[in-house]
Design a protein around this ligand. Sequence first.
Ligand code: ADP
Ligand code: MG
Length: 213
Amino acid sequence: MTGTALDTALFTAWIEEVTRTVRAEKDRLTRLDAAIGDADHGTNLDRGFTAVTQALAGTEPGSPGALLAMVGSTLIRKVGGASGPLYGMAFREAGKALGDTCEVSVAELSTALEAALAGIQRLGSAAEGDKTMVDALAPAVRALAQAAREGKEPSAAVGAAASAALAGAQATVPMQARKGRASYLGPRSVGHEDPGAASTALIVGALRAVVTR
Ligand code: ADP
Ligand code: MG
């Protein structure tokens, strides 16, 4: 069996799957944000990815990198709050890292995800343990880098990254928030999953869904 090609069609399917999942999980994300924020995370992301899918319908990006750059710019334009600029930056940086390569290797995907994480941390200056999306993305980046070093197939590599993101999101429950709105709650932020970490797990999980389809 040949592995799945990480080409523009696959990345397009990924973004469509993200849009679908975010819509399906919109209420859960908003409930998580109601507990420790301002109850808009699901709505914010749904608005953003709906706009992304609409923008995609009118164009045919020439490469995965061009597609991700377009996703990032649309999210920055359409999503308010903290998560819009942060996810926007992440997708733009990932797109820039991919350049104009047409078929992405696991190693290139790993580099792109590292660039996404670096962009988020440059903009938001959150470290692991601060109870943010970084707590889901950083373990996913490490899992993907390890899979790349081990020469894993895309499906195994992305599967490992998705599992790591999910575990990372669940690990935010006992944390006290030190960044973003949730940090205003101090110790009362403990005992709830971070909404941004939960959405990051959904986004990486959507990539697993399309790569293993
Ligand atoms: P807002 O907090 O402005 O209402 P959202 O509700 O859409 O925006 O997003 C909240 C999420 O953004 C948080 O759960 C957290 O994961 C993420 N976040 C907030 N601030 C930061 C930061 N400085 N660095 C990384 N992620 C952050
Ligand atoms: Mg919010």
